[in-house]
Design a protein around this ligand. Structure first.
Ligand SMILES: [Zn+2]
Length: 258
């Protein structure tokens, strides 16, 4: 019963802080403390024990509102970063994406052999990874639709079978996400699935920030008809750095060790 009440209150609180602006959240917090917790009991001349209870509840509710608001802000910030990063990565074409994924594994200590044949039918092996006593076969699906479906996962599992390799030695990498059926299928065959979030976390571990040469604000990777370049994110700053036609150089800069 109390569990249900807690869940309800939590939903109510999160619903409130995600729907209204910051200063309304501050107003609500002030309403509970000092409002309900101090001013109301003093004005109504409540007894001392009532005053203490009102004070404690007022402080608790006000603190809960503030913490909840903070949690929502932090999640939103993380989500923004993720979107920024994956949109950067989406600038890469299929071949560049494979190169990029290979580079990530290389930095994680694997020997990487690129074996992808672009335009080959689904289910082919794009990267072969090896370490002493270990190997992995990788398929990269850059970005096709919102989700990778069960058929894609089955096709790759079939390719592993033809190679005579156990399912747990297969890694499927995508910039999008997987359908629940695809995840279930992967669980049964032992296949590892990396989605945009996993990829983002791995990139974050090895990436290097690129500061603007004029104002030192962070720059963002971009691509135009003339090739790759970094442009400054600060307002009214023309800072940029031309990387030419070579995406390898751009990806190298993004993944260099600090
Ligand atoms: Zn700048």
């Amino acid at each position: 019963m109390s569990r249900k009440v807690d869940d309800f209150l939590e939903r109510l609180l999160f619903g409130f802080v995600t729907r209204v602006r910051g200063h309304f959240v501050a107003l609500a917090a002030l309403l509970f403390y000092p409002g309900v917790g101090l001013i109301l009991p003093l004005a109504a001349r409540w007894s001392e024990s009532w005053l203490v209870s009102a004070n404690v509840s007022g402080v608790s509710v006000a603190a809960a509102i503030c913490l909840c608001w903070l949690a929502v802000q932090i999640t939103a910030q993380q989500r923004r970063l993720l979107v920024e990063w994956t949109s950067d990565l989406r600038l890469l074409d299929a071949a560049e994406f494979e190169w990029f994924v290979g580079e990530l594994f290389r930095r994680e200590g694997w020997r990487v052999e690129e074996t992808g044949q672009h335009g080959a039918p689904d289910g082919n092996v794009d990267l072969r990874l090896s370490k002493p006593g270990e190997k992995r076969l990788v398929q990269c699906k850059r970005w096709r639709s919102w989700q990778v479906g069960v058929d894609d996962v089955r096709a790759f599992a079939g390719a592993l079978l033809r190679e005579g390799v156990a399912g747990r030695e297969g890694v499927f990498v995508t910039l999008s996400d997987y359908t629940p059926q695809a995840r279930e299928e992967a669980k049964q065959t032992g296949l590892a699935l990396l989605d945009s979030r996993d990829l983002y976390e791995r990139v974050e571990r090895v990436r290097r920030a690129e500061p603007c040469p004029i104002c030192a604000a962070p720059m963002r990777l971009d691509r135009s008809a003339h090739g790759w370049w970094f442009r400054c994110l600060a307002l009214n700053c023309a800072g940029k750095r031309d990387l030419g036609r070579d995406p390898v150089r751009a990806v190298e800069l993004l993944t260099q060790h600090r």
